[in-house]
Design a protein around this ligand. Structure first.
Ligand code: AMP
Ligand code: GLY
Length: 418
């Protein structure tokens, strides 16, 4: 099977690595890819915001399956264009991807499907926003309605900061604050059936102890030793299946990866957000443990033939990913810094390095090209050893100004030992 992966981050590097392991994959392509993905796939230049050009590239490569990594091309209708060209695509249609593309649309779907989420108000004026903030009280949660590349949400105790974010966003969703541990649950869906992946936890705040600004995610781990083993099945029944069913009922079946970001509150699980694609950096740990061949799974989902597929198979053990970020991330990442030490990091037994924001310069040297530069993945029989491996490897990476959180999976690793 010929497969094309679209995207250029750590998530797509993890996807390419997992797809390359599937014996059914005879040829693997990526666009635009990155220097790490180039070890697994033939890479092709591409601007994913140019749907016509990407469709043309896909037609010329004629893959059986295209796997779309990031959300923006999905929300812009890339998978509709590919399907119209007769190319199988793992990624929802433009209308189904609105579950990520518009927070107010997602709230409406959840209301219609009876899915528990934070109470919220959609606000179109500063006056409405001020009234909603007063009604919910602190901590204030203010979300831009549309796509914002991980920067649309402000959670703050300070009313002036909340009002300023609402004013800057235009249409906002203002909602009640949810308190509790967060879980990322991914499900592969063919529009009718859905299969869950292992739940993971992401670390969204920039700094240790969950302080600092929200980021795209600074690290992740799976499995969750503290979670009830029945949790995934319950979340499939109360969150994922009702949403898949509601989108099908509306005539916009969801074929792709449905990512439910959940908060486990004292009153039960509540949806924080949906994403229309694999999460980053959770995918890096979840796919590490996946044993079921990935290309066949995603191809079955894209062609509507997931019914009857058995539960997914997983390796025992644990995986931890630590994001190496550029100086200045998330506000103003510095790019162009030289990256060294990857081979040295990969000499740590059980560790490997995924490229998230890298390029090769004219001399062939690796340089940073984004805010999140590398993902160091550590694996092991349990979380404590996977975590130790990830951090031993991360310490061998040299990136001037680069930094990472030191507490990824720390609490979970000690709870697993307890
Ligand atoms: P989102 O883009 O909606 O996932 O929000 C990004 C992050 O902001 C989430 O992962 C949470 O950490 C935080 N957040 C979003 N909504 C809420 C909420 N209602 N209560 C508490 N934290 C929230
Ligand atoms: N890890 C958060 C995201 O992918 O949106």
């Amino acid at each position: 099977m010929r497969v094309l992966v679209l995207g250029s981050g750590g998530r797509e590097h993890a996807l390419a690595r997992a797809l390359a392991r599937d014996p059914a994959v005879t040829s693997l392509h990526a666009a635009p890819g990155n220097p790490g993905i180039a070890d697994f796939a033939s890479v092709h230049p591409a601007d994913l915001s140019d749907i016509a050009a990407v469709s043309k590239l896909a037609r010329s490569l004629a893959p059986v399956l295209v796997v779309v990594g990031p959300e923006a091309p999905l929300v812009a209708g890339l998978s509709d264009a590919l399907r119209a060209s007769g190319i199988g695509c793992f990624g929802p249609s433009r209308r189904a991807a609105m579950i990520e593309g518009s927070k107010s649309f997602a709230k409406q779907v959840m209301a219609d499907a009876g899915v528990p989420t934070a109470q919220a108000r959609t606000c179109r004026t500063e006056h409405q926003a001020a009234a909603a903030l007063r009604a919910f009280g602190p901590p204030y949660v203010v979300k831009a309605d549309g796509l914002a590349a991980g920067k649309g949400v402000v959670v703050t105790q300070d009313l002036a900061t909340a009002l300023a974010h609402a004013a800057a966003c235009g249409t906002t969703v203002i909602e009640e604050f949810l308190d509790g541990p967060e879980v990322s649950l991914f499900a592969v869906s063919d529009g009718a059936s859905a299969l869950p992946l292992l739940p993971a936890q992401d670390f969204k705040r920039a700094h240790d102890g969950d302080t600092g600004p929200n980021t795209g995610g600074m690290g992740a781990y799976t499995p969750l030793p503290w979670a009830d083993p029945a949790m995934t099945g319950q979340l499939m029944g109360t969150v994922v299946q009702p949403v898949i069913e509601e989108l099908r009922r509306r005539g916009t079946p969801y074929r792709g990866l449905l990512y439910a970001g959940l908060c486990l509150t004292a009153g039960g699980p509540r949806v924080v957000e949906f994403n229309a694609r694999f999460g980053d950096p959770e995918t890096q740990v979840v796919l590490d443990l996946l044993r079921t061949p990935l290309a066949e799974l995603l191809a079955a989902a894209s062609s509507g033939s997931l019914a009857g597929a058995g539960p997914l198979e997983w390796s025992p053990g644990a995986a931890v990913s630590v994001v190496i970020a550029a100086e200045g991330y998330p506000a103003a990442p510095v790019t162009g810094a030289a990256i060294d030490g990857i081979a040295d990091a990969e000499r740590v037994d059980g560790a490997y390095v995924l490229h998230a924001g890298t390029v090769r310069d004219g001399a062939g040297h690796l340089r940073s090209a984004g805010g999140r530069v590398l993902n160091v993945v550590g694996t092991g029989p349990d979380l404590a050893s996977a975590r130790g491996t990830a951090y031993r490897a991360a310490a061998r990476i040299q990136l001037p100004g680069g930094w990472y959180r030191s507490d990824i999976a720390e609490d979970a690793a000690s709870s697993a030992r307890a």
